[in-house]
Design a protein around this ligand. Structure first.
Ligand code: MSP
Length: 660
């Protein structure tokens, strides 16, 4: 696959890489994390008008893979082929748009490795010797006796093996000073800063020459001139970044994109990328990457993720339970990129319920619902602006700066938090300007401005979400009939105020993110496996007990009796008068599931002011039929028919939360 070009751009192409993943293991949340982050960054750069090359792939050679294949009774290549298919599928599922998928078993890569070998050798950096020391096969890394921790690998804590073999060495020691100078002179070369300091002290401590061959097994690239040996898998693997960019192949692409602008890696493989890799490149006379960014690790429900614990989270299970966009959103939002994070189903559900279904979902349903109701479904041209409209427009302009700065600094969580700040402002704008009152009073010009402003704010939100949640963002643009413009324009143009095209038809949008039920919280692992089925606990409420202590005084009841009433938090999605009744309003409400309620509040409220209100609903009333409509619950209100007040909440609690 060739890199996508944006014609007329003179900038150097922007090159982003992920590590290439070992094929002894199927894809998991850790692999997905780096790859999603790269994809988000790449989509942002493309949206900003840059020409981008995005590469990922698989690391298929070495002792570890050979051993894994032997254990499964298959050849390493057969194992690699089957696991590669799984990575390709996982990236499709997660909407990853890489340009190149590089496999280290490809012929083009062998040629690159042999060429670089020849360059290092010609530069006097390769010499023969013998290696004696420890080796961690799972990490494919060498350790000295002194470095071991309790006799185990200091990086992963697993068993190490003693090896003693003839090998070739790379003069890493020769690059200690040049490397130090480079890191010291370039603040942004290794990020975050804390990781840069670790690397600096590692390099200052002195660099020993590195064994770059292995013997005694076959599965690797043969050493030129010494076919009994294979190239050390990390040298082989790191060179993938050259092959994938077209080195010795597609020279135009290589000239356009080399060196990498950013290489994303996990913190565990930083030494290989920030020390060995630049030294190899210096020796080969090639420009160094501009930035190596080390991200943190995810634990699962507070535990280290491992096959032996059986808690490995796969991309498939996440997408099955939560969908692609919510998975991408969670991983980018929950934890600052660079720090460790903890995955839990509860945290995921909270994000979905409160950020996606509530904040974003409400904005979309209010924006589209108001156009549908007050403007016959046609987006009006905005009239004159007042202070409130101008204030929201100003916030949109500030969002551009906050968002782009965060994205340029690889602070995905900050970019999203800026977008959510703006969503909050847009929702507040609707609450405070109360467009339904203008509709009622016939203030058409003001109403038009409010409707346009709300749709415009929604459109701008969708534009900023394109890199993070490509599918949902496109669905929002399509729901507000603004998708035609999205292609071919850059972020600055797309996010400029006034971009929404008026006079288009808009219908009330369907919710994009369904609320996740509360019950799931009690059994998180089960949740991912099966979210759609309500738990048994939910279906069968325990019978109320009537013990001696609970014997009741007249006029009182026991707590168990009260608990029989299922009160739940909900958000009104839409409301309309029941034909033929002054008093009744038919309401659609989200209480973790959608319910229709016929409520006698029509003398105190107009249907227009109801959508978006957070209310309290009796959820376990037997359905009743009113004016031919089945009412599936009751909302709580106080006062007489003309002066009713709805019970609402003073804090944001997810829809469907049980009131206790
Ligand atoms: N093959 C080498 C990389 C060679 S790059 C020239 C390798 N592969 S790996 O499959 O073991 O790991 C790839 C990446 O997954 C690493 O960046 C690692 O940090 C990341 N993760 C593995 N488990 C992880 C978590 N639990 N959390 C976050 N990322 C983690 O290393």
């Amino acid at each position: 696959m060739g890199a996508k070009r944006v014609s007329g751009k003179k900038d150097k192409g922007f090159y982003v890489t992920t590590p290439i993943y070992y094929v002894n293991d199927v894809p998991h949340i850790g692999h997905a994390y780096t790859t999603i982050a790269a994809d988000v960054l790449v989509r942002y750069k493309r949206l900003s008008g840059r020409s981008v090359l995005f590469t990922t792939g698989t690391d298929e050679h070495g002792k570890k893979i050979q051993r894994s294949a032997e254990e499964r009774g298959m050849s390493p290549k057969t194992l690699a082929d089957s696991v590669v298919a799984k990575f390709v599928d996982a990236w499709k599922l997660l909407d990853i748009r890489n340009d190149v998928f590089i496999r280290t078993t490809e012929e083009r890569h062998t040629r690159v490795v042999q060429e670089i070998w020849a360059r290092l050798k010609a530069n006097g950096d390769i010499y023969p010797g013998a290696y004696e020391g420890w080796y961690c096969t799972p990490d494919e890394s060498y350790w000295t006796e002194k470095e071991l921790v309790d006799g185990k690998c200091p990086s992963c804590g697993r068993e190490v093996e003693k090896i003693k073999e003839e090998s070739y060495f790379f003069r890493l020691s020769r690059y200690q000073q040049p490397l130090l100078r480079h890191i010291e002179a370039n603040d942004g070369f290794i990020l975050p800063a804390s990781r840069r300091n670790e690397v600096l002290s590692f390099v200052r401590d002195g660099l020993k020459d590195l064994s770059i061959t292995r013997s005694g097994f076959e599965w690797g690239i043969k050493v030129p001139g010494d076919p009994g040996l294979v190239v050390y898998v990390w040298l082989d693997a790191l060179l993938n970044y050259l092959t994938a960019a077209g080195f010795m192949g597609d020279t135009d692409t290589f000239d356009d994109f080399w060196p990498p602008d950013i290489q994303l890696v996990g913190k565990d493989i930083l030494k290989f990328h920030a020390v060995y890799w630049p030294a190899f490149l210096m020796s080969a006379g090639l420009p160094l990457p501009k930035q190596i960014f080390a991200h943190g690790w995810w634990t699962i429900e507070g535990m280290k993720m491992s096959k032996s614990l059986g808690n490995v989270v796969s991309p498939e299970s996440l997408v099955d339970a939560y969908g692609t966009d919510a998975t991408r959103y969670f991983l980018m939002r929950e934890v600052p990129f660079g720090l460790d994070g903890n995955f839990s189903d509860t945290a995921m559900q909270t994000r979905i319920n409160s950020d996606l279904a509530n904040d974003l979902g409400n904005l979309l349903s209010r924006a589209t619902g108001m156009v549908a109701r007050f403007a016959n479904g046609v987006l009006p041209v905005a009239g004159a602006q007042d202070q409130s409209d101008r204030a929201l427009q100003e916030k949109a302009a500030q969002l551009y700066t906050a968002y782009s700065t965060a994205m340029d600094n690889i602070e995905f969580h900050n970019a999203l938090s800026a977008v959510w700040g703006f969503i909050g402002e847009a929702n507040k704008y609707v609450d405070q300007t109360r467009p339904w009152q203008d509709a009622k009073a016939g203030n058409t010009e003001r109403l038009n401005t409010r409707l346009y402003t709300t749709i415009e704010a929604t459109r701008i939100v969708a534009v900023y979400l394109l890199p993070f949640m490509p599918d949902a963002a496109r669905k929002i643009l399509s729901a507000i009939a603004q998708d035609a413009k999205a292609e071919g324009l850059n972020l600055g143009q797309l996010s400029a105020w006034g971009g929404a095209v008026p006079s288009v038809r808009i219908a009330l949008a369907q919710p994009l993110f369904a609320k996740k039920p509360d019950s799931a919280k009690s059994d998180p692992a089960k949740t991912r496996a099966d979210l759609s089925r309500p738990s048994k606990k939910m279906q069968e409420a325990p019978p109320a007990q009537n013990t001696a202590q609970q014997k009741q005084a007249p006029g009182t009841m026991g707590i168990d009796e009260f608990k029989k009433t299922e009160l739940k938090v909900g958000t009104i999605l839409s409301a309309q008068r029941v034909e033929g009744s002054q008093k009744l309003i038919k309401i659609e409400v989200d209480i973790g599931e959608k319910r229709t309620i016929v409520a006698g509040i029509g003398r105190s409220y107009s249907p227009e002011e109801l959508p978006g209100k957070r209310i309290v609903v009796v959820a376990n009333l037997r359905p009743a039929e009113l004016f031919g409509i089945q009412s599936q619950g009751m909302l709580l209100a106080a006062g007489d028919a003309e002066h009713l007040g709805l019970l609402t909440l003073d804090r944001d609690v997810p829809n469907g939360t049980r009131i206790k």
